[in-house]
Write a protein that binds this ligand. Structure first.
Ligand SMILES: Nc1ncnc2c1ncn2[C@@H]1O[C@H](COP(=O)(O)OP(=O)(O)OP(=O)(O)O)[C@@H](O)[C@H]1O
Ligand SMILES: [Mg+2]
Length: 291
């Protein structure tokens, strides 16, 4: 049992995730209060990896539900294994020699062994666990309402089988890139945290922890340049993932210094739109690197 945000922060650090005080406090409270944690933020600010790190730090399984347009109940909660039910029915028919008791057959067809548990049902059955509901803004309103109900109850009813209730509520982390606003009703159930890009020392530390062979000087140069890129109005400002990619690309080319030539050769690791690249090159790579 974790007793403070500081203790959770240390546990997260021990598995390679470096939270700031705000993240550690929000995650600690979500765990302590049994409330879902709703994380919003720019791409690459560590929303998804927070859930992964929490599961490792708390030594519980991670169950992930990736949301997408059109996601529905049978992809999120459960489905019946129709081909196996059919095989089973055939076997029953063969064994009965034509005198199949249809009530009994139906009962055995709709038993737990033919139920395919999807992430939400698995989370209820397997909790304690971390349930990551990733990119919930991609799902539609109807799905959100359904999610809200399930999160409120920590239980679902499978009509043929009855209620499945979590003995311990899962620690739920919802993430959103804010491509649309998620309803207030869902947010009201959750603790909210906005993840910003890490400050310079933390980003340097993330780079060095993730890439132990990266020289400190190069890590600082990459993190500083990425910070400056984030101040430009780019279509896709680089996240931590891009800093890591940039550092790796430089290392792969044997560079120990981020100068204009090295930057020009590796910009594709950090900028993902032609317009962004043109803009940065036009503004001058020397200036970007000089600060
Ligand atoms: N605080 C952190 N400590 C360690 N690594 C981090 C941290 N923040 C981000 N990262 C690293 O940055 C990368 C991107 O993080 P992640 O995928 O979690 O971002 P995200 O916010 O989910 O992005 P997206 O919105 O694009 O899904 C990962 O490799 C992750 O390990
Ligand atoms: Mg993510």
């Amino acid at each position: 049992m974790l007793t403070s945000p500081e203790e959770l922060a240390r546990a997260l650090e021990s598995v390679g995730y470096l939270p700031d005080e705000g993240i550690a406090t929000a995650a600690f409270l979500a765990n302590r209060m049994g409330r879902p944690l709703f994380c919003e933020g720019e791409p690459g600010t560590g929303k998804t990896s927070l859930a992964v790190a929490l599961s490792r730090a708390l030594s519980v399984p991670l169950i992930k539900l990736q949301c997408h347009e059109g996601i529905d109940f049978s992809q999120a909660l459960y489905d019946w294994d129709f081909p196996r039910q059919l095989l089973h029915l055939r076997a029953l028919e063969a064994a009965s020699g034509g005198a199949l008791d249809s009530d009994l057959a139906e009962k055995s067809l709709y038993s737990r062994r033919f139920l395919l548990a999807r992430p939400l049902l698995r989370a209820l059955e397997e909790s304690p666990c971390v349930l990551l509901v990733d990119e919930v803004d991609r799902a539609d309103d109807e799905f959100e309402a359904f999610l809200l109900e399930m999160l409120g109850e920590n239980a679902v009813t499978v009509p043929e089988l009855g209620e499945v209730r979590a003995t311990v509520p899962p620690l739920v982390v919802l993430t959103s890139n804010r491509t649309r606003e998620v309803h207030d009703a869902l947010k009201r159930r959750c603790l909210y945290h906005w993840l910003s890009h890490p400050d310079l020392p933390r980003e340097v530390e993330i780079l060095r922890r993730t890439l132990p062979d990266l020289p400190e000087r190069l890590a600082t140069q990459v993190a500083s340049a990425v910070r400056r890129l984030r101040e430009l109005e780019l279509i896709k400002p680089p996240g931590v993932a891009e800093s890591l990619d940039w550092a790796q690309a430089l290392t792969a080319l044997g560079r120990t210094e981020l100068d204009a030539a090295a930057a020009a050769a590796t910009l594709g690791a950090v900028l993902k739109y032609r317009e962004d690249t043109q803009r940065v090159v036009a503004a001058g790579l020397e200036r970007l690197l000089a600060g």
